[in-house]
Design a protein around this ligand. Structure first.
Ligand code: DC
Length: 224
């Protein structure tokens, strides 16, 4: 039996990971952050000295061919993304990795590899997968689709509150500008751009607490 997929897409810093993890916990489902996967590509590409603005395709192919990713039980008990044998939660959230992930995510070879891996990760049972193109490209037939967003200023405030995710001396305005640049790149790329699937439920979480958003999504899932 194929997996039942709950797709949660949306722009940068819209709270997708928090909400997708919360839904997975409440429904005892598997969780996959596809953003973390693109970030892992960027992290490994940085270590290999690849310039995201002038990509050496041969070097990038080598990075992709050798990159190992899977969800494994972490010391805290939950399953986390393991990248080449390491849990890199902190490293993957740096501003440099964020910016490079968006740039590398425009490349066909990166998108093809990630989509194939994401489809392979959905084995059996229920899975909550969050990203930009899950409901539109990776799993267009997903049983449940949500598009999560929030106002640009609220997203900037949330991002700034996460330690280690903004540059030193960053302000709400500077973070809002960076988020806007990333959204623009994610929405304007030729392949699998960020956009709401026609059949996805729009959830604007501006001014809402995490628990309220979770309840709204769970109600929608249960109503089907
Ligand atoms: O969700 P995030 O901020 O961790 O994602 C980091 C970058 O990865 C994002 O700017 C674009 C890219 N990405 C993508 O292109 N497709 C996805 N499904 C998920 C992320």
């Amino acid at each position: 039996m194929p997996a039942d997929v709950i797709a949660i897409d949306g722009p940068a810093a819209s709270g997708k990971s928090t909400i997708a993890k919360g839904i997975a916990k409440k429904l005892d489902a598997a969780f996959v952050s596809t953003g973390a996967m693109y970030r892992a590509v960027a992290w490994k590409a940085i270590n290999a000295g690849i310039d995201p603005d002038k990509v050496d395709e041969k070097a990038l192919r080598k990075v992709l061919d050798s990159l190992q990713m899977s969800y494994e039980p972490a010391p805290g008990g939950s399953k986390e993304l393991m990248v080449d044998g390491q849990f890199l939660a902190h490293e993957l959230r740096s501003p440099e990795v964020s910016a490079n992930a968006s740039k590398l995510a425009t490349l066909p070879i990166v998108r093809e590899r990630m989509a194939a891996l994401q489809r392979a990760m959905a084995g059996r049972g229920l899975i909550v997968m969050e990203g930009r193109d899950i409901g539109t490209v990776v799993f267009p037939d997903a049983k449940y689709k949500f598009f999560l967003t929030a106002s640009p200023m609220e997203r900037a405030r949330r991002r700034l509150a996460q330690e280690g995710e903004s540059k030193d001396g960053a302000t709400v305005e500077s973070v809002a500008k960076e988020i806007e640049e990333r959204d623009c790149l994610d929405m304007s790329r030729a392949i699998a751009p960020l956009k709401k699937a026609d059949d996805a439920t729009l959830v604007d979480s501006s001014g809402m607490q995490v628990e309220e958003v979770l309840q709204k999504i769970l109600e929608e899932i249960k109503s089907r």
